[in-house]
Design a protein. Structure first.
Lengths: 661, 132
């Protein structure tokens, strides 16, 4: 018979307000095997832990049951307290009488017997608990960063500076991401490229950073400390070792395609680098538009290339590597406003999105930095900015606020005034949201010093008339309908998750919210962790955010990754599955269902009558097993036990609850 | 100016008639920007919703807006908050008419059980019409 001690926590009034503690303690004394029962106001406090430690020693307890909050909160606290008294920590059992009882009930008459039932079940299970040891696992001292935008670059630089090797996987031909597309940054009006490109170069030159551009993650297996990742490096058709980035190939290339980097506002060649400061400065050939790949002739780039770096025979390559930690920083897309017929986006060249207008300002952009209308090349005199296109819109768009539009609109209105001094800007807004250092001041400068007319209201219709666009809106502060004959309209289209975010999430094994933004493990206290140990998130793939916030989050994710990589060994899972091989029929359903590839078939020999019989059974690799229990419930003969949650233990709990009634 | 206090029968009737909740509106004004008869309205559509939120029953009852509304549904099609303003207007018209006669009671005062047992709307309307 075990010697069990039961300890019940008041949790202030969280538990004691709904559960009669005295009655619960009294009832606990009568459970089988219980030799000691006590209660305390806050069991998780140092005093509370002392009570447990002392009681174990004084009463020679060999099992402990605590009736407290969820084991997710304080199981570790109490396990350590038990270990302090020399008890194996896995001999302690938590009965969750707060989240599972006091918080969900109002009536003490009903909650008290339920708390007693939960404690009785925990005591019955504890009696069958066994001492367990957690395995110690290796950590691969290498990190993977998925996404080479500012978030990925920052995270990689921080990890590399701490002395660990980092690989950045970027699906585009160059790192840089969205920030490379921007003209200036709010609220200081630094040139975006001027502050980004030094970081891009630093990342490229850092001895600890490997850039895998034009590459995608193909498969992620394994677990924290030992992720086995397959990366597909797409064929560039250019040998990066030979290529000098001289640019003759893309100068001579006769075929063109729409430029992704210029948001489709300009053409690029079929052999191209996305932008002038691309890192690495090695072009790629776009097979879909290349004359040679389409029609089998041309080969001008090959003939013209001085170092003969063109290689049409190049194949996609799969790189297999092991990583200790992964940072996901895959960024965002802009919502396509064609769903709003009333704005006429896509039907007129002077109706642009915010990101497209950004390119119009840029010296290397489609207009060479001249702020002009794409329709006739003349500078716009009246520009209407419309906020919340698809943001805060539960009918046709996204329910959330995209956070950056208020600020970048103020910035673009200021830049416009500087480039075209006689231009007038109008901003239709619902609310102006400027939370951030220096943000409110910046937006007020636009309104007060740059003569930007802020109109509180929305636009109901835009249509072309003669050589301008008629914008019909309302100013809800005067309740007047307003009609503006504009030269250009800029739509602040919502920030949305990348189209391939669901696929990336599935591949890496992290979950996302209903908008496909990746979920942090805790909205306040674990902002860069995910529910999968060893995988961290940074930047706009988690939610819309601006550059300062993205960089902070990237550094935070890097610190978490560094903390992980700096460990000699990781404590593995003690509660792993175990096959009772004498009972196993070898059907291997468990092997098929195991998400961690921890189960493999083995051949064993058994004595049978006078001879020896060979047969195949399942075996669990405890280093790979994460204790999810899928195999245990799949096993048809019930011959897999999850340590700490064995079939006998679960049945003992059920019996203890049922017997009470 | 006063704000409405407590539950307004007119507004509660409107909510029941239309199935729309004016509290969902954040006053972006897109309905008013799109409304083709906006110029002829004494209260713009977004103002109607604001008055509903503030419980300004008398002002709504006196407004011409519900009667000028052409029921073209442009407002409902544009609303980013999924509020069907055309239904709100129709609900208002019904509620204003029904409350004109000084009814002894309205749907807002009845329990759901009582409401279930009430005869069809047409019957009630007929009863109102010929009971003068």
């Amino acid at each position: 018979m075990p010697r069990t001690g039961v300890f019940i926590c008041h949790c202030g009034s969280n538990i004691a307000g709904t559960v009669d503690i005295d009655k619960t303690v009294e009832a606990s004394r009568n459970f089988p095997g219980v030799v000691h029962a006590d209660e305390y106001r806050y069991l998780c406090s140092e005093m509370g832990q002392d009570i447990i430690t002392k009681a174990i020693k004084e009463n020679d307890l060999d099992r402990v049951v605590v009736g407290t909050c969820s084991p997710r909160m304080h199981e570790n606290t109490f396990r350590k307290a038990a270990a302090e008294a020399g008890l194996n920590p896995y001999l302690l059992e938590v009965a969750n009488i707060r989240e599972h009882c006091s918080w969900v009930h109002k009536d003490m008459e009903e909650a008290t017997p339920k708390a007693i039932a939960l404690l009785r079940a925990a005591a019955a299970k504890a009696a069958l608990n066994e001492a367990l040891e957690a395995p110690r696992l290796d950590v691969e001292k290498r990190a993977l960063v998925i996404g080479g935008g500012i978030a990925g670059i920052q995270a990689a630089l921080d990890i590399a500076e701490a002395g660990y090797v980092v690989d950045i996987v970027e699906k585009d031909p160059s790192i840089g991401g969205r920030m490379a597309q921007l003209e200036k940054t709010f609220p200081t009006l630094d040139c975006s490229a001027c502050i980004l490109t030094p970081k891009m170069v630093e990342a490229a030159q850092h001895p600890n950073i490997n850039l895998l551009t034009y590459s995608e993650v193909d498969e992620v297996k394994g677990f924290v400390g030992q992720f086995d990742v397959k990366i597909k490096q797409k064929a560039r058709y250019v040998d990066p070792v030979k290529c000098t980035g001289c640019g003759i190939c893309w100068e001579k290339c006769p075929s063109k395609a729409s430029s992704e980097f210029e948001m489709g506002l300009a053409k690029r060649k079929s052999i191209y680098v996305p932008f002038a400061q691309a890192v690495p400065m090695v072009p790629v050939i776009d097979r879909d538009s290349c004359l040679y790949f389409r029609k089998g002739r041309c080969q001008i780039c090959e003939q013209e290339c001085p170092p003969q770096a063109i290689d049409y025979e190049q194949q996609d390559e799969i790189i297999e590597r092991r990583y200790g930690a992964i940072v996901v920083a895959t960024g965002f897309d802009q919502l396509d406003p064609t769903i709003y017929g009333e704005y006429g986006y896509g039907q007129h060249p002077d109706i642009l999105t915010g990101l497209e207008f950004e390119r119009i300002f840029n010296a290397s952009g489609p207009t060479g930095g001249k702020v002009v209308k794409l329709s006739d090349g003349k500078p716009p005199k009246k520009v209407v900015f419309i906020q919340c296109i698809g943001s805060r819109d539960k009918a046709r768009g996204m329910n959330y606020c995209s956070k950056i539009c208020c600020m970048y609109t103020a910035k673009q209105a200021i830049l416009l005034k500087e480039k075209v001094p006689d231009a007038k800007s109008y901003v239709f807004y619902i609310d102006v949201r400027t939370g951030g250092k220096g943000y409110e001041e910046f937006q007020r400068r636009a309104a007060e010093e740059y003569d930007v007319a802020y109109m509180r209201g929305q636009v109901g219709k835009i249509f072309p008339e003669d050589d301008h666009l008629v914008v019909r809106g309302i100013d809800s502060l005067t309740n007047r309908n307003i009609e503006i004959k504009a030269d250009m309209v800029v739509l602040a289209a919502a920030t949305v998750a990348r189209a391939d975010a669901p696929e990336v999430g599935r591949l890496v094994g992290i979950n996302s919210d209903s908008y496909h933004f990746f979920n942090e493990a805790h909205p306040k206290l674990k902002p860069v962790e995910t529910h999968t140990a060893g995988i961290f998130i940074a930047g706009a793939c988690q939610a819309p955010k601006d550059i300062p916030e993205t960089v902070s989050q990237a550094s935070a994710a890097a610190v978490k990754a560094i903390g992980l990589l700096s460990k000699e060994k990781l404590q593995g899972e003690a509660c792993t599955a175990e096959v009772i091989q004498s009972e196993c029929s070898g059907c291997l359903n468990c092997e098929a269902i195991c998400p961690y590839t921890a189960i493999t078939p083995v051949e064993i020999e058994e004595r049978y009558k006078d001879g020896v019989l060979k047969r195949t059974v399942a075996e669990v690799n405890p280093a790979l097993c994460q204790g999810c229990g899928s195999c245990a419930v799949t096993c048809r003969s019930g011959s897999i036990n999850l340590k700490g949650f064995s079939n006998d233990q679960i049945m003992a709990e059920v019996d203890a609850i049922c017997l009470q009634r | 100016m006063t704000t409405g206090t407590g539950k307004s029968r007119l507004i509660e009737d409107m909510k029941m008639n239309s199935g729309q909740d004016p509290n969902g509106c954040y006053q972006c004004g897109k309905c008013s920007a799109a409304c083709p008869v906006s110029a002829a309205l004494d209260l713009k559509p977004h103002q109607v919703l604001r008055y509903l939120q503030m419980g300004l029953e008398d002002e709504l009852a006196e407004s011409k807006t519900p009667w000028v509304c052409a029921s073209c549904f442009t407002c409902a099609a544009r609303c980013p908050r999924d509020i069907d303003l055309a239904r709100v207007m129709e609900g208002l018209r019904l509620s204003i008419l029904r409350n004109r006669g000084g009814n002894k009671f309205g749907p807002a005062e009845l329990t759901p059980e009582q409401l279930e047992k009430l005869p069809q709307q047409a019957l009630v309307s007929g009863f109102r019409k010929y009971n003068k």
